[in-house]
Design a protein around this ligand. Structure first.
Ligand code: LRH
Length: 475
């Protein structure tokens, strides 16, 4: 087994990054070189809230050019991003900037979809928890707006980047599983469902699994990036959460994971989906994992609650130091309210502290009085939602959870990790922070022949390279 390098593009809801990963499985080493980081700033247009995907593409290609300058031996590129969002294309032309999943256009569409296919049946077919922004609802909104008929293909965000790099149009399976249009049992497009919803099956590209090559770079792109001949674009677990779960150094038979960034994705890894009535009622999802595994999890609102509150407080031009705010939150000794972090009112951008206060007022509970108390209340509410989702995942799946792994940016939030341990009564192992980029790197490395074996072999590389921070439950 030779050692080698690959480039991972990881697009998150607030920022994107390009990372070069160096993998030497024989030596048991895995190193990350952070090449570029750029903000992801959504833009509100007359039509609604959109992603600035053109800007993101410019920034990520600049990052890739830096990657090739620093490490000319990079063998391949893999792209992951947040789920569910897509672009419509006609030929090579993208029909407008993709909608942001937090845009408010979906409510009427949810009703239209459920009128054609009741949610109980939808869940049996696709195994997905109800989230108003699942692609299936967004497409119904698109259809109602008369835009779907213009398109001859639909590409999810990482697949769109892959298309710009290579010219190949595919749908990577882990991310396609978040559309609501995949059959949870067979893993293929559910053509009957697509037809019943009045959508065009012909816009859905060929499905590919993580590890498949999309091909080489378009000649113009290779020149722009300064990439040597032979560089491939490889499908990874292109749903960021799928890549993150690859890099959780866990034993799936006794562990739960929380991939904690903008969202907190809380669940277990299974071999088979669970689509029971109880799973549906608990709003648990069965998303596709790498190597055919199932990510049985629940979406909790995540660090969005904190970042959007901070953004609200900073709207007067002031600047808040997050570590300082969290230190003040840790020092709060008065009781703070624990609110329902999953309440849909917290989904849209805007005045989150105001909505938290409103939630409290509706229940006659005293609202937080200072920013530090708000931050503490958010942390406590997230920790409670995390703990509860871990126990529900365990009960629904039969996995006897003994350890919780927190990966992603949330692993740096010691207060959140500790309070999750306290509230769940289980030890929390925090890290790696860059799990998504690591999972992206590992799947590419295996495809390039720099690593071999199943997820367990890849995870043992992670375990050797990154030591977790342990948080034991109090008392
Ligand atoms: C996290 C994530 C999550 C999805 C949401 C849209 O970044 O991909 O898994 O539910 O974004």
């Amino acid at each position: 087994m030779t050692a080698g390098a690959v480039a991972a593009v990881d697009l998150g809801a607030t920022s994107g990054r390009v990372v070069v990963g160096h993998v030497d499985q024989a030596a048991g080493t895995l190193g990350l070189d952070h090449v570029a980081r750029f903000p992801n700033r959504p833009v509100r247009l007359a039509s609604g809230l959109h992603w600035d995907l053109t800007g993101l593409y410019r920034d990520l290609t600049r990052g890739l050019a830096d990657a090739f300058r620093r490490e000319p031996g990079v063998a391949s590129i893999g792209v992951d991003s947040w789920a569910v969002d897509y672009a419509l294309l006609r030929g090579d032309r993208v029909l407008g900037e993709p909608f942001h999943y937090r845009d408010e256009r979906n409510q009427a569409a949810v009703e239209a979809v459920h009128a054609r296919v009741p949610f109980e049946e939808l869940y049996r077919r696709n195994g997905l928890q109800f989230l108003p922004f699942n692609t299936v609802y967004q497409l119904a909104a698109e259809r109602a707006a008369g835009c779907l008929g213009l398109a001859d293909s639909l590409l999810l965000i990482p697949d769109l980047v892959g298309f710009q790099l290579t010219g190949a149009k595919v749908a990577e399976r882990t991310n396609a599983s978040t559309t609501g249009l995949l059959d949870v049992e067979t893993g293929g497009w559910d053509h009957e469902l697509v037809e019943r919803l009045g959508l065009e099956a012909s816009v859905l590209p060929r499905l590919v699994s993580p590890g498949a090559s999309l091909g080489g770079l378009r000649p113009g792109v290779a020149a722009e990036l300064g990439a040597p001949a032979g560089v491939q674009v490889v499908a990874v677990g292109s749903h960021d959460t799928a890549s993150a779960v690859v890099a959780v150094p866990m034993r799936p038979e006794s562990a739960s994971y929380i991939s904690c960034g903008t969202w907190g994705l809380v669940g277990v890894e299974l071999e088979r989906p669970v689509t029971t009535d109880a799973a549906r009622e608990a709003n648990f999802t069965n998303e596709g994992g790498v190597d055919g595994r199932v990510r049985f999890l629940h979406n909790v609102m995540g660090l969005w609650l904190l970042s959007e509150s901070v953004r609200w407080w900073e709207r007067d031009g002031s600047s808040i130091d997050l570590p300082e705010l969290l230190a003040q939150a840790a020092a709060v000794t008065t009781a703070v309210p624990v609110f329902d972090a999953n309440d849909p009112r917290f989904l849209a951008p805007g005045d989150l502290p105001g909505r938290i206060a409103e939630w409290c007022a509706e229940r006659g509970v005293a609202a937080p009085r200072s920013r530090a108390e708000f931050a503490r209340s958010i942390v406590e509410s997230l920790a409670e939602a995390f703990a509860s989702a871990v126990h529900t995942a365990s009960a629904l799946s039969g996995v006897g959870v003994e350890t919780i792994h927190i990966v992603g940016g949330g692993a740096l939030n010691a207060l959140l990790c500790q309070r999750t341990a306290d509230r769940s009564g289980l030890p929390v192992l925090a890290g790696p922070v860059e799990a998504t980029a690591i999972g992206n790197v590992l799947v590419q490395a295996r495809s390039a022949g720099f690593a071999e074996g199943g997820l367990e072999a890849l995870r043992s590389l992670v375990a050797r390279a990154f030591s977790p921070m342990r948080h034991d439950p109090a008392g």
